[in-house]
Design a protein around this ligand. Structure first.
Ligand code: AR6
Length: 180
């Protein structure tokens, strides 16, 4: 699914983020930048040890924030390590922290002059965020950023399986019908 947001393009695809050819991939990292499973494991495995070496120098990243490294052997130039919240019911600022993780990733991309980036569905694997609520926050945050930042041409959401892709498509269709 592909939609225009002012001069920019927002794309939803089903796939593996490590294969992306955008300038930056966003990693679903933890606050110690320590690596792990899921997207994090896949990115470090495909990108090689250079990425972890840079993460160790940076040290850590608070929840809701993002940091940037180069991308080792990946096709992308950079990896933006975003730390989404662990979901514990929604009363611990999880929605704000999830929105912030997306926004801070986009800010980093703008600051580095990047025109394209790819996101996974942050926090919806090991961190347990309910998928539809997370998709709502992810898409709303990215759409409002693109409306004000035409310097970013393309944002792709790379969803790992059909069920996740379908939920993102449903939420995006609903949003566009509401606001366009
Ligand atoms: N490409 C795209 N999406 C993927 C891929 C991939 N290669 N692999 C998994 N996903 P998760 P979180 C999907 O658990 O919930 C790690 O251990 C997955 O199906 O990767 O933010 C970190 O070190 C799900 O939809 O991230 C942290 O400790 C989505 O990516 C913690 O997990 C996010 O799942 C972060 O947890």
């Amino acid at each position: 699914m592909k939609v225009s947001i002012n001069q920019s393009t927002l794309v939803l695809v089903e796939g593996d983020i490590t294969k992306e050819e955008t300038e930056a991939l966003v990693n679903a990292a933890n606050d110690r930048l320590a690596g792990g499973g899921g997207v994090d494991g896949a990115i470090h495995q495909a990108g090689g040890p250079q990425i972890m070496a840079e993460c160790r120098i940076i040290g850590c990243c608070p929840t809701g924030q993002a940091v940037i490294t180069t991308a080792g052997n990946l096709k992308a130039r950079f990896v933006i390590h975003a730390v989404g919240p662990i979901y514990t019911g929604g009363a611990k600022h999880e929605p704000q922290l999830l929105a912030s993780a997306y926004r801070e990733s986009l800010h980093l991309a703008s600051r580095y002059g990047l025109k394209s980036l790819s996101f996974p569905s942050l926090s919806t694997g090991a961190y347990g965020y309910p998928l539809e609520e997370a998709a709502e926050i992810a898409l709303t945050t990215v759409i409002s950023y693109l409306r004000e930042h035409p310097e970013i041409n393309t944002v792709r959401f790379v969803l790992f399986n059909r069920a996740t892709f379908d939920v993102y498509c449903k939420v995006l269709s609903r949003r566009l019908n509401l606001v366009e």
